[in-house]
Ligand binder design. Structure first.
Ligand code: SER
Length: 323
């Protein structure tokens, strides 16, 4: 029986992962944790904790006999640039705390499997941008990307030196309707739906031809759980796996939305986020994930757009927060 701790449970990935893990393992066996009070309903166990409080997290792991930790607490690319030291501290020391707890528990004969998200932000301007390979040049320019690349090296180090069973995915931009945009460069592809649904013109902070790798949330959650459920021998990459969903530009996304909402309008006003997007891949080669643990994306652009438009019902206070 698995006992699963999700840190960052109130965030974009965390909130949906908790639901999926609860369906799979039962509410008794999923402990949601985040720095503030619980957001959302249907969670049986909730622990308010700061991932930087190593002793506090270790205490939760011990108390609940946790066997798997998902460490999702982080600042993303745009918010990270506004507070670089805070982003570095949270992104690095949050991961290091979990890896240390896993190392200690492994030594005590209580193994802890760890999931930690990396990102396309770990790549940089000298990375091949089309069908970016699993192993290639990585020269990230944002503090977020730098923390992700360093984190990948830490994951591999803790696996090879201490045998910690840590697993990771380099997520593309994740598109979902349950939480508001959360400070990422790829989040234009969420904000655009909020504007479209409100009947507003969308002013896009990236130019029309800015192709980026993206993934729809159900595929992202499935990738995450499939990787965590794979037999350890199949997980041959211990830094982080390229996982592709689909790739599109703002112009292509807007065109698809106007198929369903013909009055929808987009204008382009690129700002400092354009430089971040220009340093990231346009598409990813995920053939290593496919070979190692049979990863395959299922959701394409038309399905994504139809599902987003059908489901996006955003509470007013979230819309205000996202504006
Ligand atoms: N979605 C993230 C961002 O844009 C990338 O991992 O910051």
């Amino acid at each position: 029986m698995e006992r699963i701790l999700v840190i960052g449970a109130n965030g974009q990935i965390g909130s949906e992962l908790v639901d999926a893990l609860t369906a799979q393992h039962g509410a008794e066996n999923v402990i949601a944790a985040d720095i503030g009070p619980r957001s959302g309903f249907g969670v049986k166990r909730y622990e308010p904790i700061d991932v930087l409080d190593r002793k506090g997290v270790a205490h939760i792991v011990e108390t609940y006999h946790v066997t798997q930790v998902y460490q999702l607490a982080a600042l993303l690319s745009v918010t990270g640039e506004q507070a670089p030291l805070k982003a570095w501290d949270l992104n690095m020391n949050g991961l290091l705390n979990i890896l240390e707890i896993a190392r200690e528990r492994g030594q005590a004969g209580k193994p802890l499997r760890v999931f930690w998200p990396s990102s396309i932000a770990a790549f940089g301007p000298n990375t091949p941008r089309v069908a970016t390979p699993q192993t290639t040049v990585m020269d990230p320019t944002t503090i977020y990307g730098i923390s992700k690349l360093a984190g990948e090296r830490l994951c591999e180090y803790y696996f090879s030196k201490f045998g910690v069973d840590v697993r990771s995915i380099r997520y593309p931009g994740i598109i979902s309707y349950k939480s508001p945009p959360g400070g990422g460069t790829t989040d234009y592809a969420i904000a655009i739906f909020h504007a479209a649904q409100r009947g507003q013109r969308y002013s896009c902070f990236l130019g029309p031809e800015t192709g980026l790798p993206m993934i729809y949330m159900p595929d992202a959650i499935r990738a995450t759980i499939e990787l965590m459920d794979a037999p350890a021998a199949k997980v041959k990459v211990r830094s982080s796996y390229n996982v592709a969903g689909l790739s599109f530009t703002p112009r292509e996304l807007a065109q698809q939305i106007t198929r369903y909402l013909p009055d929808f309008e987009i204008v382009y006003a690129p700002d400092s986020r354009q430089a971040i997007a220009d340093s990231w891949p346009q598409s990813l080669d995920d053939s290593i994930a496919a070979a190692d643990w049979s990863w395959q994306a299922r959701i394409g652009l038309d399905d994504l757009v139809r599902d987003m438009l059908a489901n996006i019902k955003v509470p007013l206070e979230l819309l205000n927060r996202a504006a």
